[in-house]
Ligand binder design. Structure first.
Ligand code: FES
Length: 189
């Protein structure tokens, strides 16, 4: 390699650089910014299109449960206790967190969530009482709170009969004590 030629090339390059006018620099800068903005818009558009074509799916556990024929519960005999409750069925307590409660003329689904901080309450048949193992709240068989820090009675869950006469409970729809009497908070039997 000829050192003189290299030196001359280098000098030529520096000269060209020096000859770049301020206007050239501005024009090239603006062009680069324009391409950058175009790329950003293009990328955003592609991402939005992909989101539209492949929406994110959030999987939630099912909230509606088919319990069984209403006759299974209407056929239950027995004397109502002082709160009007004949039977507390706890088959769904561990899995779905509710109790099916048979009153004289109605069935409702009582939430097993303590209204204090949400622990699961237990049913004590001999005392006709729900008790919370966490801080000692207690509820009568009709869900009314009477001891401990629970601020209100147990919630109730939506209950209905389907076309085949089977009881359906929807744990996603909750009725507080002030809505115990509304349609959906009980089924007549
Ligand atoms: Fe039930 Fe506190 S969570 S008493």
């Amino acid at each position: 390699m000829n050192p003189r030629a290299t030196l001359a090339d280098s000098k030529g390059g520096m000269q060209r650089l020096a000859n770049l006018s301020r206007r050239d620099v501005l024009v090239r800068g603006a062009a680069a910014a324009g391409w950058g903005a175009f790329g950003l818009v293009l990328t955003t558009g592609i991402v939005e299109s992909l989101n539209f074509l492949f929406p994110r799916v959030v999987f939630r556990p099912p909230s509606r449960f088919t319990i069984g024929p209403v006759q299974e519960f209407t056929g239950v005999g027995g004397t109502p206790d002082r709160y009007g409750v004949i039977l507390v069925d706890q088959r769904w307590k561990s899995t779905e967190r509710f109790f099916l409660v048979r009153e004289q003329e109605r069935i409702h689904a009582a939430s097993a969530r303590c209204t204090h901080l949400g622990c699961t309450v237990n049913w004590f048949e001999d005392m006709r009482t729900f008790k919370c193992p966490c801080h000692g709240s207690e509820y009568h068989s009709n869900g009314e709170n009477f001891a401990g820090p629970a601020p209100r009675s147990l919630d109730r869950l939506r209950i209905e009969l389907n076309a085949e006469g089977k009881i359906i409970v929807d744990t996603a729809i909750v009725y507080g004590p002030d809505r115990y009497g509304v349609d959906g908070a009980f089924v007549d039997v």
